[in-house]
Structure formats: C-alpha cells, structure tokens
Design a protein around this ligand. Sequence first.
Ligand code: ADE
Length: 226
Amino acid sequence: MRIDIITVLPELLVSPLGESIVSRAQRQGLVEIAVHNLRDYAEGRRRQVDDYPFGGEAGMVMKPEPIFRCIEHLRSERAYDEVIYTSPDGVRYDQREANRLSTLQNIIILCGHYKGIDHRIREHLITLEISIGDYVLTGGELAAAVIADSVVRIIPGAIGDEASALTDSFQDGLLAPPVYTRPAEFNGWRVPEPLLSGHAARIAQWQEEQSLERTALLRPDLLEKL
Ligand code: ADE
C-alpha cells in the first residue's frame, strides 16, 4: 500500500509516522508513506499556497493551483483509489473505514489548513472527506496522522502478534476486555480468576462477557448499532 500526504507542515508528520509500528511497517515494505510539501508546488518568489477569500470573510483559503499541480503530478505516476481531504465537515472516521482504507492500493490525504480549501478542489479532485471528530484542529496533519496510523497498524504483518489487531476495541463492534500482566497479585488486587485458569474456553468466555459488559456500560450506542 502507498499513502501520499500533502501538507504545508511536513514536520508535523515526521514523528507520528517515524516511530514504532508505522515506522517498522515502512521498513518492512508493507507500506510506503510519502509526505509532500505543498509549497514545492506553489509558484512565485513567496511560493504562496493561500489567499484571501472572495466574499471578504476573515481567514485565508488554500489556493487551487498548487493542490491541482501536486495531485496531478502524483496521478501521473499511479492511479489512486481515494483522494481524501481531512476536514471537520467530513464523514466521521471509525474502525470500519480504517479497515476499508487498509485494503486499498494507493491513497492521497490532503491536509486542510487556514479557513479551508478552494471549493473547486473539493468538487473536482477530492473523492472522500474525513473528520476524526466533532472538534476543530488547527490543521489536518494530526487527522492525517490518525488515519495513516490506524490504517497501517492493521495491514497484515504490521503488528507482530497478528491476532492482536483483530482483538482491538471496535474490531467486532465492541470494546476490548480488560487486560492484565504479572504480578498476579498487586497491592492485594488479584487478576480475575478465569485469566489465571489456563483454560482457553473459560478465558474466551470471560473476555466475551467483559466486552459486552464494558460496552453496555461505557458505549451503549455501539450495542445499538450491532
Ligand atoms: N481539520 C480540522 N479539524 C478536523 C477534524 N476534526 N477532522 C479532520 N480534519 C480536521
């Protein structure tokens, strides 16, 4: 899989995509992530990527030319399954969408900034707008990092323990059961007995009950969806 991210602040993506599982997945050749500085596609001495909005409101709008140039350049090299724009107006991101994106070959993520992007980009280039939640970030980079991270970690082979990504919270529409490690007793608090039983079926049953209980308590909306 290949993920191309277009941004005016490439530095913001270095650390989130350069550590741990995401970094290892790139080294293993499971995913290629390319970050493009939009200014490299801007013209003029100032390499301007934004301009005043028509209509006179406050704030700046990202200009169409550099974004068209950048995306057309990428498209001349390969076909893309989705051209994503990160925006609070987008469809709410969730695990199901992360799973779907992880099955695609090539995606572009355009990070929004300032007051937004010229609407012609949304009409003619963008195939999918994604919001990571009902709040406003200063830019789309953190949203792009969230999307890339959640997609990469479920590519088969990215997580050492293959089963682990499949038992995440949300993978079956439920919250994950509690997990414990050694010692079996700490400060007088014991790890629940079924986990210490060594009996696979009992452990699985306990985990399933806990999943349902925690989901009903903390996220009853998820149970309604099921
Ligand atoms: N850009 C600003 N806020 C955002 C959000 N909530 N989701 C995605 N992109 C954004």
